[in-house]
Design a protein around this ligand. Structure first.
Ligand SMILES: Cc1cc2nc3c(=O)[nH]c(=O)nc-3n(C[C@H](O)[C@H](O)[C@H](O)COP(=O)(O)O)c2cc1C
Length: 186
């Protein structure tokens, strides 16, 4: 059972990464294999909006998005994690979401049967970011509503998430819930 986490924060030692690590540690303790993909470490160029995307055999751009989308399609479970930047997901996460337009146009959905969403903000905008991610999941995944797990909360400076104990607990729980739901599906 493979769980892939897509991380939209560029801060390697930041709050989102810390929380994703909590979720993945729990998932591994329940037997899952895990992979964490921090988008800022790779080339994920923004979509160039070719009108005739649907008629192409492959996306006109070739960068790390190619293998990241393959990982996502092959994963049993996926975690999408982002801090809130200007009341939405980060630019890294949005660029990645937009690059799903090619598979979307070719009816290629992720085979993941469970999805976790983690959103962190200093004070405002969690609902907006959550809405973006929920809509992306609706369009690009074939996952039951009951198998979508959400953990959101507040943290700002590096290290804040560690002190937000309910958020840490919620993200650990999310990791366990994903694996438990995948075990039920199989
Ligand atoms: C460019 C930028 C925009 C931000 N916009 C918001 C915002 O709209 N609402 C909010 O509550 N926090 C905002 N923040 C704060 C981050 O969400 C917060 O610091 C978060 O903990 C960062 O997560 P990270 O440590 O995983 O990178 C913003 C931070 C940056 C750098």
């Amino acid at each position: 059972m493979k769980l892939v986490a897509i991380v939209g924060s560029p801060r390697l030692n930041g709050n989102t990464n810390y929380l994703v690590d909590q979720a993945l540690t729990e998932a591994r303790s329940m037997g899952a294999e895990t992979e964490k993909i921090i988008l800022s470490q790779y080339r994920v160029n923004p979509c160039l909006g070719h009108d005739n995307c649907a008629s192409f055999d492959s996306c006109r751009q070739h960068d790390d998005t190619d293998w990241i989308l393959d990982s996502l399609c092959e994963a049993d479970g996926v975690i999408l994690a982002t801090p809130v930047y200007y009341y939405n997901v980060t630019a890294q996460m949005k660029a990645f979401i937009d690059r799903n337009y090619f598979p979307y146009n070719h009816n290629r959905k992720s085979g993941a049967k469970a999805v976790g969403i983690i959103v962190v903000a200093a004070s405002e905008g969690i609902e907006d970011a959550l809405q973006t991610l929920r809509k992306y999941v609706r369009e690009s995944f074939d996952v039951k509503k009951d198998n979508i797990f959400i953990a959101t909360g507040y943290a700002d400076k590096i290290g804040d998430a560690q002190n937000n104990l309910s958020l840490v607990e919620d993200t650990r729980k999310l990791g366990k819930q994903i694996v438990a739901s995948l075990k039920r599906e199989n």
